[in-house]
Design a binder for this molecule. Structure first.
Ligand code: SF4
Ligand code: MG
Length: 320
């Protein structure tokens, strides 16, 4: 199917500065040479431990952060070649849903104003139609019309996330980065929100980059899943392939921690030794080599190529 977003050798490094002259003494390699595509109408799940660079990747793809190197193409156009005004006009097409619905909603604004603001900013509908549009948007996200007059503190966490989703969807985006959209919510609410996100996608055909630290969260909604470790993609495959035939040792370890509903199936828990490396000073070669049970001398020197081992199944590992 058609490619909507193409990420090509993307890097995002944050300088580490020291001293009164703010001398750059190193870099945190938050996103370190990442390549993949997002197809039209799909959900690409992106998993990895907190701090592995998932959120930074999502923001750099949307140009909410500036890249260090590499390219991002949106609908075939080089996103980083856009001038500020062109980018502003494109912005409705590329939206983000944040992890924390509490901090991303202005407490002094009603829901109608919070959601309507974006419509007015982008001049999408005349002012006198904003109210109706907002009510339609919140209803699509499972809230009643009267909720539009209320303030964020009057809502539960799940309702606030529905408001955050309505705010993104009212702009008719093509691409949505959902950054841990259910991580701040009770488990009982999580599946409601995930189901709603899936239904909305079915109806409207947009794409998600769905970021989570939890493989069981992305499992239901994703068509494909990518796994990140210390700024790098280590594996990506169709969901069934990744969950049933993981190839990378890190993916296998992550999956071993996911409970299986079928009591007849037992999976050996793989406990990773040691800590996650500091992205300011990652190990040479394969960044996973300090914790990998299959490590070879080559792993400590040579960065493994990210390559296709089966159709649509990409892995960065020397021994596969
Ligand atoms: Fe393990 Fe080597 Fe593969 Fe890295 S490249 S995951 S250290 S076997
Ligand atoms: Mg994050």
């Amino acid at each position: 199917s058609e490619t909507l977003v193409e990420v090509e050798n993307l890097k995002k490094y944050f300088p580490i500065v020291k001293g009164v002259f703010s001398k750059t003494v190193g870099y945190v390699k938050a996103v370190d040479d990442v390549s993949f595509t997002v197809r039209r109408g799909e959900t690409l799940g992106l998993v990895g431990e907190s701090g592995c660079g998932k959120s930074t990747l999502g923001r750099t793809i949307l140009r909410l952060l500036d890249k260090t190197a590499g390219n991002v193409f949106f609908q075939g156009q080089d996103l980083y070649s856009y001038k500020k005004e062109q980018l502003r006009r494109l912005r409705p097409k590329m939206q983000i849903i944040f992890q924390d619905p509490f901090s991303s909603l202005n407490p002094r604004m009603t829901v109608e104003n919070i959601i309507g603001e974006a419509l007015i900013d982008h001049g999408i509908v005349p002012r006198n139609e904003v109210r109706d549009k907002v009510i339609e948007a919140i209803q699509d996200c499972g809230l009643a019309p009267y909720h539009s007059k209320r303030y964020p503190h009057e809502f539960s966490g799940g309702q606030r996330q529905r408001i955050g989703i309505a705010r993104a969807l009212i702009l008719s985006p093509e691409f949505i980065v959902a950054d841990e959209p259910v991580s701040a919510l009770d488990v009982s609410i999580q599946s409601q929100i995930i189901n709603m996100l899936g239904d909305l996608q079915q109806q409207r055909g947009f794409s998600y980059l769905f970021i989570s630290h939890d493989l069981s969260v992305v499992k239901h909604i994703s068509h494909r899943v990518g796994v990140m470790y210390v700024g790098s993609l280590v594996e990506m495959a169709a969901k069934e392939e990744l969950y049933h035939h993981p190839a990378h040792p890190y993916t296998k370890a992550l999956l071993s921690a996911v409970p299986i509903p079928d009591p007849a199936v037992r999976r050996q828990r793989i406990l990773l030794q040691g800590d996650t490396p500091n992205p300011a000073n990652p190990p040479p070669g394969c960044k996973f080599h300090t914790r990998c049970a299959y490590v070879t001398p080559r792993c400590k020197e040579e960065v493994p190529a990210y390559r296709e081992i089966a159709k649509d199944h990409f892995v960065a590992c020397h021994v596969i």
